[in-house]
Design a protein around this ligand. Structure first.
Ligand SMILES: [Zn+2]
Length: 449
């Protein structure tokens, strides 16, 4: 049929420290599109919240872009794009900031697969504006010239995300009425805890049961009131109803997302690692773990092509406790992002997940015990054997004794807690809940007051 055109519109980097946020802009755009125009689009999918490489230093707060996959009556494409441009410009001037650099990208006629290579690159590596724009030109992507900031990289890349066959999750984002922006959020922490207890593992990463803190609300002037993450849209609607919220909700939207899926974990070799890439390495622990000042735990990992430092930083505790128990020879997969070398440190993998595949025997060498009194002997000096510090007995021809120490580490997957990990990390509670089929069409995915 030729009476409708598929059109994908992507937005990125409308965030501002003064209260702007890309998803909030999108919530306004959807409102205007549905209620104030006659374009009459069909939403082919939930709005997509696409997270990109968390290791990129100049990212926006969550490094997330939003894509809308729509079908519009033929002839209305231009109106839709103009509205997107207009809304973006007005939003950016309302929340003007030096740090935001909005970008917009439009794909006409479907076939988003052509953007997948750029998506995978931006998910795991560093993409420059030149590369992204050249890629867009080659694949006939429209980049409106009025909205061409650094955000075009994320917008272009996001067009290739969540096409099919990939695992996905959902997040319900609720927005505040403008009068409340900057005010403390009035959400009962106890109700968040009860909601999480009642709905996990269908929901995830919404409450920190170690620190006893809700994880659903951002801080500061952000127009986002809260975000609830979960595996299905219906559980998110239900979870929202379970919360005790003492302020009006302006709107909410359910996004489909790649967050919580480990989408950024693409196995690499150590010799390929470059700063700011995501790292997902299968190798062998090649040195005893070192606990360094601040409670960070570092160890070396080696694969066929090289050896590399990996560190678990203190905020990722209790993952640090797993790191401390590693031993040379252990086979593991580490996942994280690559920090560039500094004055004092080599290039380092900042680890947020460890999978222990095989444990090496832990053998330590101890001095022999005294055959006369049973006390542990001491070295009598290099090549001079051992001497008992209690009874004075000496042996010349003795050597240290190999002792096998029981390992206090189990095989399995260990992660940093949600408060200390990136959006893309798959929480342990999602193992076994991965989606393999394409999503159902969107339903009951928005609310406007
Ligand atoms: Zn003795």
């Amino acid at each position: 049929m030729s009476d409708a055109v598929e059109i994908h519109v992507a937005f990125d980097d409308h965030d501002s420290p003064r209260g702007g946020c890309t998803t909030h802009l999108v919530s306004l755009f959807i409102y205007i599109l549905l209620k104030e125009t006659s374009i009459n689009p069909l939403f082919l999918d939930y709005p997509l919240l696409i997270r990109l490489n968390p290791g990129v230093p100049w990212k926006t707060r969550g490094n997330g872009a939003v894509v809308l996959r729509l079908s519009v009556p033929r002839g209305r494409e231009k109106d839709l794009v103009e509205l997107a441009v207009q809304t973006s410009i007005e939003y950016s001037s309302a929340f003007k900031s030096r740090t935001s650099s909005p970008g917009l990208a439009v794909l006409m006629g479907g076939k988003a697969e052509r953007m997948r290579p750029l998506y995978l690159k931006a998910l795991t590596d560093v993409v420059t504006p030149d590369i992204a724009i050249r890629y867009a030109e080659k694949h006939s992507i429209l980049i409106p010239k009025e909205v061409r900031g650094r955000g075009v990289i994320g917008a272009l890349a996001a067009l290739g995300g969540l096409i099919s066959g990939e695992d996905y999750t959902y997040e319900l984002l609720a927005y505040r009425v403008p009068d409340m922006w900057g005010e403390p959020r009035r959400i009962s922490g106890g109700s968040v805890r009860r909601m999480a207890l009642a709905t996990e593992p269908l929901t995830f990463s919404n409450y920190d049961f170690i620190k006893e803190k809700p994880l659903i609300a951002p801080r500061g002037p952000d127009p986002v009131l809260l975000g609830i993450r979960g595996n299905y849209p219906w559980i998110l609607r239900k979870s929202l109803e379970m919360l005790e919220i003492e302020e009006p909700i302006d709107a909410w939207i359910i996004y489909r997302s790649n967050q919580g899926t480990d989408a950024h974990c693409i196995l690499r070799k150590l010799s390929e690692l470059r700063p700011y890439q995501t790292a997902c390495i299968r190798g062998v622990v090649s040195g005893k773990p070192r606990i360094i000042r601040g409670g960070h735990v570092c160890f070396n990992i080696k694969d066929q092509g090289g050896e590399h430092q990996a560190c678990i930083y203190e905020p990722a505790k209790p993952l640090t406790l797993i790191g401390e128990k590693l031993w040379p020879g252990d086979e593991i997969i580490v996942q994280g992002v690559v920090r560039p070398p500094s004055l004092h440190e080599p290039q380092t993998i900042n680890v947020e997940k460890i999978e222990v595949l095989k444990l090496a025997p832990k053998i330590v060498y101890r001095n022999p015990t005294c055959p006369r009194c049973g006390h542990t002997m001491k070295s009598a000096g290099r090549g001079k054997g051992f001497k008992c510090p209690k009874c004075g007995y000496r042996v010349k021809n003795a050597s240290k004794i190999a002792v096998r120490i029981p390992r206090r580490l189990k095989l399995g997957v260990f992660t940093a807690p949600p408060r200390a990990s990136g959006h893309l990390l798959k929480p342990l509670s999602r193992i076994g809940w991965e989606k393999k089929r394409p999503p159902p069409p969107p339903e009951k995915w928005f609310y406007y007051s």
